[in-house]
Design a protein around this ligand. Structure first.
Ligand SMILES: Cc1cc2nc3c(=O)[nH]c(=O)nc-3n(C[C@H](O)[C@H](O)[C@H](O)COP(=O)(O)OP(=O)(O)OC[C@H]3O[C@@H](n4cnc5c(N)ncnc54)[C@H](O)[C@@H]3O)c2cc1C
Ligand SMILES: NC(=O)c1ccc[n+]([C@@H]2O[C@H](COP(=O)([O-])OP(=O)(O)OC[C@H]3O[C@@H](n4cnc5c(N)ncnc54)[C@H](OP(=O)(O)O)[C@@H]3O)[C@@H](O)[C@H]2O)c1
Length: 281
């Protein structure tokens, strides 16, 4: 992907940065934030914290994303280019001195290899507005929320859990997290503790590429077998459940189709349903 390719948000993000460039002379885009924390779970998976220079991060709702930018090394006679990518926020919206993000390295990618060279104190760009509709805004209270993630698709659910826990927002909050290896189970300690101390929170991690004492297989092997009802104590029913799907786009599409075949409906603003989705690429 080219560094100027901006996923779904191309035009607006491009101009947001271009406005910082007066005149026609190519100037370095303005980096307006700092990396203030980095916890490497393994060499290709990190939790990072980004603090804007000008006061708190923009207001956001759990499940929304920020846009991060990093410059490449400038080639001779050409200005450095800014790669911009969206990242869901894991922090809760009442803690906005910085934003916490959960990121994996894509070796052939434009932004993440640059992020991996950055240490605490490193400079980056944080777009001053947030985006996204992958939130609980249109979900009624008192439902069973089934939050399905692969890899770093876990992010939005961490923010939701941190923010809405103890606010009587759901009947049950179930996280099904599919990863390749046990080391990819980010936030495991926090989620295990939440499930241990709150009878309405369920944490079902499942691993595909190595043996371990926990659940084995893809997220479908938990959702569409007797395992779900056995672990949660209630069926996966379209009447009671809202399902959120986040991460690997093939997982999102195939699980959504399977849910529709089982009587669930895709959620659209004008046509409310109970399957909500966010694909990461
Ligand atoms: C709404 C939204 C929220 C997102 N939130 C997160 C997040 O919280 N954490 C996170 O790590 N990523 C997230 N992403 C993906 C992120 O924006 C970047 O695409 C990713 O970090 C890779 O960036 P890159 O520039 O290094 O590679 P890119 O140049 O963007 O991608 C190169 C290729 O790698 C593949 N790819 C892209 N992203 C991934 C990925 N995460 N895993 C595997 N393969 C991938 C695609 O095939 C892509 O064409 C999100 C994407 C969207 C649309
Ligand atoms: N995680 C690592 O250790 C690792 C190592 C090197 C590089 N990377 C890079 O990191 C990026 C993301 O890797 P990732 O492991 O986070 O994401 P991923 O490849 O999407 O895998 C995460 C989980 O999703 C599962 N999955 C894949 N396709 C699915 C589908 N159609 N339906 C349901 N589940 C599905 C995988 O199962 P399967 O195992 O069955 O595919 C795995 O359990 C990639 O660019 C990768 O190259 C990761």
């Amino acid at each position: 992907m080219k560094t100027t390719d901006l996923h779904h948000h191309t035009a607006s993000e491009s101009s947001a940065v271009a406005e910082d460039l007066p005149g026609t002379k190519p100037l370095t885009p303005q980096l307006n934030a700092m990396l203030v924390g980095r916890q490497d779970l393994h060499p290709e998976l990190s939790i990072v914290r980004v603090r804007p220079d000008q006061g708190p991060a923009p207001p956001f709702r759990p499940g929304q994303f920020v846009t991060v930018g990093l410059l490449d090394a400038p080639a001779e006679h050409s200005p450095p280019k800014l790669a911009l990518r969206p990242y869901s926020v894991t922090s809760a919206p009442d803690k906005r001195e910085d934003v916490e993000l959960y990121v994996n390295l894509v070796r052939e990618g434009a932004l993440t290899p640059r992020l991996w060279t950055l240490h605490e104190g490193g400079r980056l760009y944080l777009k001053p507005t947030v985006g996204g509709t992958f939130t609980l805004d249109e979900v009624p209270n008192g439902k069973d929320l089934v939050m399905v993630a692969t890899g770093t698709g876990l992010e939005p659910y961490i923010s939701m859990l941190r923010h809405f826990r103890d606010k009587d927002r759901w009947r049950k909050f179930v996280i099904i997290h599919g990863v390749r290896n046990v080391a990819d189970l980010g936030y495991r300690g926090e989620l295990e503790a939440a499930a241990r101390t709150d009878a309405n929170v369920f944490y079902l991690p499942t691993v595909t590429r190595e043996g371990w004492p926990g659940l084995q297989g893809r997220v479908q092997d938990v959702l569409f077998t007797g395992l779900y009802a056995q672990c949660v104590g209630a069926p996966l029913s379209p009447e009671q459940c809202h399902i959120f799907l986040c991460g690997n786009p093939v997982m999102v599409e195939t699980v959504e189709s399977e849910l529709v075949a089982r009587g669930f409906r895709k959620h659209k603003r004008r046509e409310p349903g109970n399957v909500h989705k966010e694909a990461y690429w």
